[in-house]
Design a protein around this ligand. Structure first.
Ligand code: PLP
Length: 389
């Protein structure tokens, strides 16, 4: 309608939520649906974390917390980053957020406006482009290609930086491709960024604990040359199977932190208190549930890649991290969106068209393997049958 603000017409969405709704509707009507669409662990939140949330409710933690989060959780995040990445982070720069997503939105609102440019991966998490556009900045995609295992090319990224560039969004391990960027490529990027001291980086490391075949996560925060212009995004959703709790965190450059905090006060006041205590138990408690989940994802990864490569017309590179496979489906002669629809409606398998993650996703489908091996095998059997028939 004409009375709406112009910016509403550029706001995008995340197709995974639409596919999930359709899959649920089909399931409710009695259809047998295997969901390889939505990107969330099929595990429950570990029991000790749930108990900590319940205890916090019982203990009377019902009020507002500081906008940036309870101090003990901000300190625990700093400790966690020190343990995992060997970096020293000032807890005063840690912000507890209602999930990973709001950090993207905040970063784009803080840096983007008409006349500026923000770089982001394509194919990539759809909320990047959406947030960039909403801020008024010009969205500048950089390509992730199958040939490099969907790792970004530092040279390509650097070639897209201009005087107008304010922010570069990076994501490794990546959604939707499962790509993990090798350290040499990050080194190269960091070296090239010395020429651009005013460009900030939003590093989405939400899958940092999901890496396979002995790969080690390389956090952008570990580069002292650029650490002062890195915004780190991470959280509990994927690592601790807590997507519905809405809990994430970000680390901000000191001089930017106050702006993020002000946005939090304007938008959500704070993350709900019991969830923050649950998050504290997650970080301070035993980590074997995480290890077990990652092991399960790794097993499923091997199964799904092997199976996808058996489908006529499909070709799938091995993903190095996260829980997604991103097969090339050009050999089927079908477009990504058409195949997505057909698979859901005719075969009862929910997957997401690569185009939901940007134009370069044409010719690809995203499979989330956060599902049982049994379901994965059955889904592939159905796909083969459908394509043959
Ligand atoms: N970043 C990436 C790359 C993701 O894939 C997701 C969720 O799918 C998020 C961030 C958002 O996570 P959250 O549910 O914590 O907002």
């Amino acid at each position: 309608p004409a009375m709406l603000a112009d910016r509403m017409s550029v706001l995008g969405t995340e197709t995974a939520f639409e596919v999930l709704a359709r899959a649920n509707a089909l399931a409710a009507s009695g259809k047998d649906i295997i969901n390889l669409g939505i990107g969330q662990p099929d595990f429950k939140t570990p029991e000790h974390i749930v108990e900590a949330g319940i205890k916090a409710l019982r203990d009377g933690h019902h009020g507002y917390t500081p906008a940036a989060g309870i101090p003990q959780l901000r300190e625990a995040v700093a400790r966690d980053l020190n343990t995992r990445h060997g970096v020293t982070v000032d807890p005063d720069t840690v912000m507890i957020m209602p999930g990973g997503k709001p950090t993207m939105f905040f970063a784009c609102l803080i840096f983007g406006q008409p006349g500026t440019e923000i770089l982001y991966p394509n194919p990539g998490f759809p909320i990047y482009e959406s947030s960039v556009k909403f801020s008024g900045a010009k969205p500048v995609p950089y390509r992730l290609s199958e040939e490099t295992g969907f790792a970004f090319s530092a040279d390509e990224m650097l070639s897209k930086i201009t005087e107008q560039t304010r922010l570069i969004i990076l994501n490794s391990p990546a959604n939707p491709t499962g790509g993990a960027v090798p350290k040499e490529e990050i080194d190269k990027l960091v070296a090239g960024l010395q020429k651009w001291p005013n460009v900030y980086l939003l590093s989405d490391e939400i899958y940092s604990q999901m890496l396979y075949d002995g790969r080690e996560h390389v956090s952008l925060l570990t580069y002292p040359e650029i650490a002062e212009r890195v915004i780190l995004l991470d959280g509990w959703s994927k690592t601790y199977a807590m997507t519905g709790w809405r809990l994430g965190f970000s680390v901000w450059p000191k001089e930017i932190f106050g702006h993020a905090e002000k946005l939090a006060v304007n938008c959500h006041s704070c993350v709900n208190a019991p969830t923050q205590f649950a998050g504290l138990a997650a970080l301070d408690g035993p980590q074997d549930a995480v290890t077990d989940m990652v092991k399960a994802f790794d097993e499923r990864r091997r199964v799904i890649v092997g199976e996808l490569n058996q489908i006529p017309g499909f070709r799938c590179v091995e993903p190095g991290g996260a829980f997604y496979a991103f097969p090339n489906i050009e050999g089927t002669g079908m477009g990504a969106k058409a195949l997505q629809t057909k698979l859901l409606e005719d075969a009862g398998v929910a997957v997401i068209a690569g185009t939901s993650f940007g134009a370069y996703g044409e010719g690809y489908l995203r499979f989330s393997y956060a599902n049982s091996t049994e379901n994965i095998r059955e889904a592939i059997r159905r796909i083969k049958q459908m394509l043959a028939g």
